[in-house]
Ligand binder design. Sequence first.
Ligand code: NAP
Length: 320
Amino acid sequence: MKAIRVHEFGGPEVLRLEDVPDPRPGAGQVLVRVRAAGVNPVDTYIRGGGHAVRPQLPFTPGLDAAGTVEAVGEGVERVRVGDRVYTAGSLSGAYAELALCDEAQVYALPERISFAEGAGVSTPYATAYRALFQRAHGVAGETVLVHGASGGVGTAAVQIARAAGFTVIGTGGTDEGRRLVAEQGAQYVLDHHAPGYLDELTKLTGGRGPDVILEMLANVNLNKDLGVIAKGGRVVVIGSRGAVEINPRLAMARDATVLGMMLFNASPRELESVHAGLVAGLEAGTLRPVVGRELPIASAARAHEEVLKPGAYGKIVLIP
Ligand code: NAP
């Protein structure tokens, strides 16, 4: 099969399309014929070698794929050959024609969701879901600010929160991105580059501030978040690309909580719960990933450059 291989950690140029032997499923394993693979910012950090997850070289990158079950190993009960699935991680990497998975890493992909959309489910939606429910313990009726709502995690968070009965305020950095955030169900949309947008946020919440902030760029926004959050509010740090100075008095004054989160830290039981919630939303039609761009798998290096550029618009997916 064809697969993207990384032989040394480095820039996007280390992503090379090669021929490798087809993997074969052992007991408890599932082989997925990949129809689309999702590109996440974390794939670029892992490729660069600076992430806590440091695979043994050489490796095939990618966590998220969607496709059909090609073969199953002994004892597999959850899926059958031919089933449509999305993957939440794999044993062999998602940027390939075939991905070998543990049975627990595959979930049913409802008919109404295309393979390209399915490739945008796992990391973004599981992250948004875990942040909102398992970390912030958000409940219906609260107001959530999705600070960075135009990308993969942000659009997922807007859909999840809206379907669960939150008032959703999302931010985007471009007109196109903000339109997308509104289309995904945010009742209010702000420009995170506009001067005074946080004053606008405070007005929109009647002076109270949001109960929950899902933060995609904490190194820029954390101190600002603590200045606008409601009393008893929770900020979940989902993304951060550097250090930031905060004034702890802002958190004191509001009994506010800052919560870190890393999807890789979720326990198997928590992940089962997350994906049960996601599959239900995909089936019901309240959740549908936004595919911004489809690129051939040979363009993985370009996809890794694009995914880190400003002006996010949903997901970038690779087609093998
Ligand atoms: P993405 O698709 O590239 O989206 C990035 C988002 O950040 C866009 O909405 C972008 O908006 C927004 N942004 C840019 N400048 C901003 C600012 N000043 N204030 C607020 N938002 C701003 O990336 P993603 O897949 O959604 O991931 C988002 C972040 O979460 C990344 O850093 C990623 O590494 C991280 N992440 C963490 C976990 C975890 O387990 N903790 C899991 C998944 C992702 P515009 O481009 O419209 O300006």
